[in-house]
Ligand binder design. Sequence first.
Ligand code: GLA
Length: 517
Amino acid sequence: MRRIPLFIVGMCITLLFQDQVKWAQNPPPQVRAAEDGLALTPPMGWYPWNEFGQDPQNEKLIKEIADTLISSGMKGAGYVYVGPDEGRCFSRGADGKLTSNLAGYPSGLRGLGDYIHRRGLKYALYTDAGTHTCSKAMPGTKDHEFEDMAAFAAWRADYVKIDWCNTEGQNPAQSYTKLRDAQRAAGRPIVFSLCSWGEGEPWKWAASVGHLWRTTGDICAPGKADWSAAMGNTAANEKLFAAAGPGHWNDPDMLITGMAGLSETQNRSFFSLWCIMAAPLMAGNDLRKMTASTIQILTNREAIAINQDPLGIQGRIVRREGQAEIWARKPLFDGSQAVLVFNPGTTPTPVRVTWPDIGSVESAALYVRNLWTHQTTGPQRGGITVTVPPSDAALLRISKSNAFPTPPIIVADSYWLSFHAAGSETQKLTGAITLKTTGSDELPLWKVRSGLPPWLSVAVTKHGKSQTLANTVSTAGLAQGLYHAVVRADNIEPVSRQPMSAFYYDVDLEVGEAERK
Ligand code: GLA
């Protein structure tokens, strides 16, 4: 692949999209992610609700899905958050504290989290801001905010979805802000997913409270993919484009791609819409029963590159031609532009996308890459005509260069290291976490944040697109007991110089117990 000198790409981005870049480099202090560095691109993962609803959810299902995220290639494409939605995961004991429901989750909720972390995935849990969750199967956080956020931290959650059922008399901004404060007090960095279905207009205030907020009602009833509801959610979410950015996303709900009742064309267009809207990509289908076509759609790295673009700009409809919609104004990290031509109508429609539609001059000579056929045409001047069949979509990337690099996606072999030191003599133990970057460019070395406990040190080395965080643990001076640290490492995307989502992992040390087998 021909490489464009970095300074030229940098200049193009600066000149063309000065405002967005300026904003993203200096996020206003009220954006919560400025502090924790989480979800600087839209979260990707899997949640059970769309396919399963409440009762089939249990530890066995979540573990099978976690395993399938890996075996299907979805983890490699960036899907990392996984865990139960509303099910029967926990109850509140007489002491007011949450306890795991061991009938459905025999390893306990911490045990399930360890299973997920050990496999290089991140742990998502669910709760509610009201007195109970929606079906009243579980207690909500109302008046227990601090103890419940402490429980989520103890279970090692990395992501919490907070629903809005049974909240009579509550104010969304106040309730979710209290939960944020409780989560900060619990001390664990957690992606906060607000789920008030647009109630309280979270796009106006929630950037300082959470990392994503639902903008709409549910996209479907469990097990029943609903194309027209998906189109309704798309229309509502599109209007809110100005509220989205790194660390603060509009969420039009989980994916229905791959659920029964949708055609291949609808699956592809739906995924394209979520990509250009920079919407969270939380798959909602049964991953254990995916067709080859569904896997190919969900793991299309060129489409995912649009969604995971480091500038984090939400595309929008710039023009309609007949029934077809032209979505654009989504500049990407390398100076290229994402464009979607979507035909929600019933007849094939030829559509002309002009260079002025994407903010360029008519005389520009531009390359066009089709992200579903993986073919590039051009350079051409003026524009391009595409004919889109009913319900289908052409997802395009348009650029002065024909390089079309993809931004980094991080794939880790594990998010958890656990050390056991037997006996009373000082021991040195080592363990490594390996990160691989998928994407066109190598990354600079990850920088480990200072402030590690004295018993832990971390050294980072690089081998091309792979980096190893070598952890050394020393028991010198430590009394018998359990020790825990959360390591944070930071990086930047080297072309746009945008900060990347912080990389966190857990290290446990148990001192003084007999050697484990
Ligand atoms: C709400 C949410 C859904 C799901 C259900 C669980 O309806 O919007 O995504 O979490 O609650 O009951």
